[in-house]
Design a protein around this ligand. Sequence first.
Ligand SMILES: [Zn+2]
Length: 261
Amino acid sequence: MTRCIWCLEERNEAQPVEHIVPEALGCPEPLVLRRGEVCGGCNTRVSRLDARLAHEHELFTFFGRVRGKAGKPPTIASIGNAAGGRADGGYGFHVNMSKQAKHSTFGRKVAPYRGQRRDVKMEFQEPLPPGGGVASVTMRFELYPDRSYTRAIFKIALEALTFYRCADCVCLGDFDHVRDYVIRDQGDLRAIMLSRDGSPSDYQSGVAYAEGAAAMILIQLGPLAYYVDLTRDQADHKKVVATALARGQTTGWTELPKLDT
Ligand SMILES: [Zn+2]
């Protein structure tokens, strides 16, 4: 018998495998928990948070060519005026900047550009370089790292701590506040999100446990990384934020959740 780290009920091992990083975000092969460490019911509960994260990261996983569950090729199904999918043996990506919906070559309808935060914005370099140079196009997209997004990050972090330490250690009352936050949507916890350098096709996911820290987890999801302090008082988190601000480092990172999203 194993105890589920989310509901703390004893379970036999006839339970589904729980991927620490959502499969749609490219969970590395060994990053799964032992059967029973997350029960079937909680697996379903946290899968809603996984889906939220996967949806938010669709552009990253699409350009990183991250295959999802059972090798499913990546698509962009629901990001405002953008769509992406398999086309002509390869991949196609469409951004609709017009005011009418369009049909993509891979059979998906692409919504019109409405200037909403969810839309992908394309900026063309103007004027074009003289003498027929190469024009450049910049694509901008805003993430919504709100409370649900942050809860999904804490889900990965507590499961990572289970992986690096043990299920029994994580079932202690020391982590009840994380269960309240992730499963019951109660309490307020903060994490740090940082942007990483690298091309979109150089996509990697992973988690690491910072040795020496009480319970600090480092998560990497493609071009973004997260520092997650799982302790109740989040003293290390506060220290990292205070140090960055004291050094005048105000770009390249943000605190989650973003309260204005
Ligand atoms: Zn459970």
